[in-house]
Design a protein around this ligand. Structure first.
Ligand SMILES: Nc1ncnc2c1ncn2[C@@H]1O[C@H](COP(=O)(O)OP(=O)(O)O)[C@@H](O)[C@H]1O
Ligand SMILES: [Mg+2]
Length: 496
């Protein structure tokens, strides 16, 4: 069902046809959550305040009675949505100030302003700064529903059209007493099983698991772990997608995708991870993904990165929805891959936020040296911030699989005396789980990531540690491959 702006002749038709009949069900807000409020508003409903994960109340602007506000503020979540509806003949621009005032006064995060012909979404950030983050004409609401959903939607739940239609009818027929029908609507829409969104459709979530490899310190082995864990899982028969979210593009390089020597031959810059984030309704994963080259048997599926990613950060930062685009696009391919591994940059900026929003699980590689260990506090704070956002979009908190000891010296004295102390700090001081696997410092691991033309005086493609072993089966290479096999087993065990 499409929304048609011309069907709205007055304010109440904007409410019934656009907001209640179309938008709210597609954002995942269920009819049973608002029937009482419609009764409460009595005559008309032109002001909602929604607190995720369920609507706590919806009110007429003129009935903002103190007890109800208090109730809502007590329950307030990081995301709050105010919706103000105007007559189709009213110009929205005349109402921006009022909405901004309401956002500040009610301490809400998002404000949606619409007259049916136009729709605008404002966001208040933590500095009380309010920005227009989305706008479109009414006739584009249907095609851009995914973008609206990434900002305002309850993730993972989208009631079907049937419910939306019946609710509209309820309101049109009996605006003050829809209660008799809402329990039936509830039983249809409150199905506890997870749902996913593809375009305007609903599909069951498959078993695809998304794992981010993250630490805000560089050089701790994130890329080495990402590519070799992905390779190990692929060897175990899993269909693995590897996503490079770091502008350094080391994963892209490691998987053999940078085959050009000169800029004019660059075949990545027009089709890499940025393009996934740039648009909500085009550039989907199947259009961006490539096969790794001479890297592993079987080869991996890779979404590459590019140094130009850095340049786009400011632009993407201005579009709040870009934060959830990776999550949405992964949901669209969740029947195509078993496991997604995301290599992340050593930062706490947008490019680190995006993978941690999209992931189900987190692995934190750390060499356990003082700086990396001290950095664990920052990782924890960052994860808490991400979890606030995830809660706001109705997503469960990130599951931390653990801190993975990485680049650990094989020196026996070190392993006897220092390593146990370094390890114990992780759960004791930083209250983070420690993984059982250990990735030791082994030269073949750095060779298989860093080997260049100069060293070998010929074009030598990069390799996973497993492929490397096939060619140079030294004890150290075999041990390194075994480290990664054990890691893959631990991961598979923990994510099932
Ligand atoms: N287990 C390891 N053994 C030997 N060298 C390693 C190991 N892990 C990483 N390295 C090397 O350390 C450097 C940093 O590793 P990398 O995986 O790029 O870290 P990050 O992605 O966290 O910046 C690279 O030169 C890499 O080859
Ligand atoms: Mg890296």
């Amino acid at each position: 069902m499409n929304f048609k702006p011309e069907s709205c002749r007055n304010e109440s038709e904007v409410i019934s046809k656009l907001i209640v009949g179309y938008l709210l069900p597609r954002l995942g807000y269920f009819p049973d959550s608002w029937h009482q409020e419609i009764k409460f508003a009595n005559k008309r409903l032109d002001f909602f305040r929604l607190a995720a994960p369920v609507i706590t109340f919806a009110l007429d602007t003129f009935t903002l009675a103190a007890p109800v506000i208090t109730f809502a503020l007590n329950k307030v979540k990081p995301i709050d949505i105010i919706i103000e509806i105007k007559h189709p003949k009213e110009k929205l621009v005349n109402h921006n100030r009022k909405l901004i005032h309401d956002l500040l006064k009610l301490n809400a995060r998002y404000g949606l302003l619409t007259n049916g012909k136009e729709l605008k979404i404002f966001e208040k950030n933590t500095n009380e700064d309010i920005r227009l983050i989305f706008e479109c004409p009414g006739w584009e609401v249907t095609t851009r529903i995914n973008e609206i959903r990434t900002v305002l939607g309850r993730a993972g739940s989208t009631p079907n059209n049937k419910t939306a239609v019946s609710l509209t009818k309820d309101i049109e027929k009996e605006p003050t007493s829809p209660a008799s029908n809402t329990s039936a609507a509830h039983s249809k829409t409150s199905d506890a099983s997870p749902q996913k969104v593809t375009g305007n459709e609903i599909k069951k979530v498959s078993n695809m698991k998304v794992i981010a490899i993250y630490h805000n310190k560089g050089g701790v082995g994130k890329t080495t772990v990402s590519v070799n864990l992905a390779a190990s899982l692929a060897i175990k028969g899993k269909k693995v997608l590897l996503i490079d979210m770091d502008a350094q593009a080391n994963t892209t390089f490691a998987t053999g995708l940078i085959m050009f020597q000169f800029e004019e031959d660059d075949n990545i810059k027009n089709n890499y991870v940025y393009h996934l984030l740039e648009s909500g309704d085009s550039n989907f994963i199947p259009e961006i993904v490539r096969r790794s080259y001479n890297f592993n048997t079987p080869e991996l599926y890779v979404v590459p990165s590019h140094i130009n990613l850095i340049e786009h950060q400011d632009k993407l930062n201005k579009i709040a929805v870009s934060r959830s685009r990776l999550l949405l696009k992964l949901e669209q391919v969740n029947d195509k891959y078993d496991i997604v591994i995301i290599d992340t940059p050593p930062s706490r900026d947008l490019y680190a936020e995006i993978p941690l929003i999209a992931a189900d699980y987190l692995i934190i590689p750390s060499d356990l040296k003082p700086f990396a260990n001290q950095g664990l506090n920052n990782v924890k704070k960052f994860v808490n911030r991400i979890n606030e956002y995830r809660e706001a979009i109705g997503r469960d908190p990130l599951i931390v699989l653990g801190v993975l000891p990485s680049k650990i010296s094989t020196n026996s004295q070190f392993l006897k005396h220092t390593f146990p102390r370094q390890k114990s700090v992780v759960p004791e001081r930083y209250k983070l789980p420690l993984m059982e696997s250990i990735i030791y410092e082994r030269t073949p691991l750095s060779n298989c990531l860093n080997r260049t033309k100069e060293e070998y005086n010929e074009e030598v493609p990069d390799k996973s540690i497993f492929k490397f072993c096939e060619l140079e089966s030294t004890p150290s290479a075999k041990q390194a491959a075994q480290d990664f096999e054990l890691l893959a087993l631990e991961v598979l065990n923990k994510i099932q």
